[in-house]
Design a protein around this ligand. Structure first.
Ligand code: ZN
Length: 166
């Protein structure tokens, strides 16, 4: 396993559309392992392959406190969404910042897992937000484009309970 370098806002790779995964290869399996490791190391709740410089449609998400419930989504698509939630969002590619973004309250995502088997992941609240945020990365969209109002410094809110990045 290896920690990969997380690309930050301004890196052109974050604005490009990622390509569909056609088959699982040892190289991509290693990428998924490294993405999990990198996400946990950075205390994030999600990471998309373009954030480590790879333009493939792969996302890892883990919103659990213990960081032991990873969801691996290959070629994910949102097939249903409803409701609305408005809350603060952060991103490992935009360190030290957060901003308010409106997302669906509930989503159903269809994807392949690391064995290229079809799966569905249903999420509400933070999980729905994380799914939407990470899938945006696959289309070259960083959440700062969707922030309502100003991006804020996380340091300025130090008194508040700490929010993990996505
Ligand atoms: Zn992000």
């Amino acid at each position: 396993m290896a920690i990969r370098l997380i690309r930050e806002l301004g890196d052109p790779v974050l604005t490009k559309k990622a390509k569909l995964v056609k088959e699982m290869t040892p190289r991509l399996a290693q990428l998924i392992t490294d993405m999990k490791e990198t996400m946990y190391e950075a205390n994030g709740v999600g990471l998309a392959a373009p954030q480590v410089g790879v333009l493939k449609r792969i996302v890892v998400i883990d919103i659990s406190e213990e960081q032991n419930e990873p969801h691996i989504l290959v070629n994910p698509e949102i097939i249903e969404q409803d409701g609305e939630q408005c809350g603060m969002e952060g991103c490992l590619s935009v360190p030290g910042k957060q901003g308010q973004v409106t997302r669906p309250q509930h989503v159903i995502c269809r994807a392949l897992n690391e064995n290229m088997e079809e799966i569905e992941l249903e999420g509400e609240d933070l999980l729905a937000r994380a799914i939407c945020h990470e899938l945006d990365h696959l289309d070259g969209v960083v959440y700062v484009e969707k922030v309502e109002g100003e991006l804020q410094d996380v340091e300025a809110l130090e008194e508040e309970p700490e929010e993990d990045g996505e």
